[in-house]
Design a binder for this molecule. Structure first.
Ligand code: ADP
Ligand code: MG
Length: 253
């Protein structure tokens, strides 16, 4: 029934996770890498975490993914307290700055790897890896080795691997900063298309103001582990919350 409605309206299924983060902190000795960070992320929202190097962006993402345990605070995903759950129990896909593909595995095996980790059988793995490669427009590339692909294609393989088990939340840590300008713009469109098609929630880390403004529904500006401003992308120009936000956004021009 739902499928029929979707086919008629062309709208994606509502699949995105809802995130509630409260009082989140990560301290390394006396350094407060993340300090009292709180945010509610809506289902299907595209949120950019924007800030200079060292502002705590990656640390927040690693805590959302479960690779770092917070010093304090709580992370609820769809109302479930995930603060101390391991990554594989969170239904999250993740893409890093460097493609981190396994060089000795074919593209298809790279994409299917998360399924293997979850005990999915070989035939099913093959089918779903081929599906995911289709979604990122790399149909027919499964038998190649990563070294035979361009930078943009490798990053698309990393995307396919992140969505292969149909996560409801996609976390991306500066996924495009290693690419040249043309590829980066192409991949920005590709990621927006995927977000629209899959209806999943996206948290996208970047230090590039232009990238955050063109891609995100809302932008969270960070400095020294603290949230400076959280606004719809276009309001960042019109109503910067403080001098830091105004200066940081102003650097674009
Ligand atoms: P960003 O991704 O915004 O560049 P990070 O989240 O990587 O920032 O880092 C935030 C701060 O925490 C930085 O000062 C960094 O040096 C520090 N930091 C990150 N990870 C560790 C760690 N494992 N041990 C000690 N300090 C860390
Ligand atoms: Mg980082």
């Amino acid at each position: 029934m739902d499928d029929v409605v979707q086919a008629q309206t062309g709208t994606p299924p509502v699949r995105g996770a809802e995130i509630a983060v409260d009082g989140l902190a990560k301290h390394y000795g006396s350094l407060k890498a993340v300090d009292e960070f709180a945010i509610n992320i809506r289902s299907g929202e595209f949120l950019a975490l924007l800030g200079p190097s060292g502002s705590g962006k990656s640390t927040i993402l690693m805590m959302l993914a479960g690779f770092e345990v917070p010093t304090a605070g709580r992370i609820l995903i769809d109302g479930v307290d995930c603060t101390r759950l391991p990554p594989q129990k969170r239904n999250i896909g993740m893409v890093f700055q460097h493609y981190s593909l396994f060089p000795h595995m074919t593209v298809a095996d790279n994409v299917a790897f998360p399924l293997k980790m979850r005990g999915v059988g070989r035939t099913e793995r093959r089918r779903r890896a081929a599906e995911a490669l289709k979604v990122v427009r790399l149909d027919g590339y499964g038998a190649r080795m990563p070294s035979q692909l361009s930078g943009g294609q490798r990053q698309r393989v990393a995307l396919a691997r992140a969505i292969v088990y149909e996560p409801r939340l996609l976390l991306m840590d500066e996924p495009l900063s290693a690419l040249d300008k043309n590829l980066r713009e192409e991949m920005q469109l590709e990621i927006k298309r995927l977000h629209h098609e899959l209806g999943i929630t996206v948290v996208f880390v970047t230090h590039d103001q232009g990238e955050a403004l063109t891609m995100a529904d809302r932008v969270a500006i960070l400095r020294g582990g603290k949230l400076q401003q959280l606004s719809p992308a276009r309001e960042l120009y019109e109503r910067p919350a403080n001098l830091f936000a105004a200066g940081f956004i102003g650097e674009m021009n």
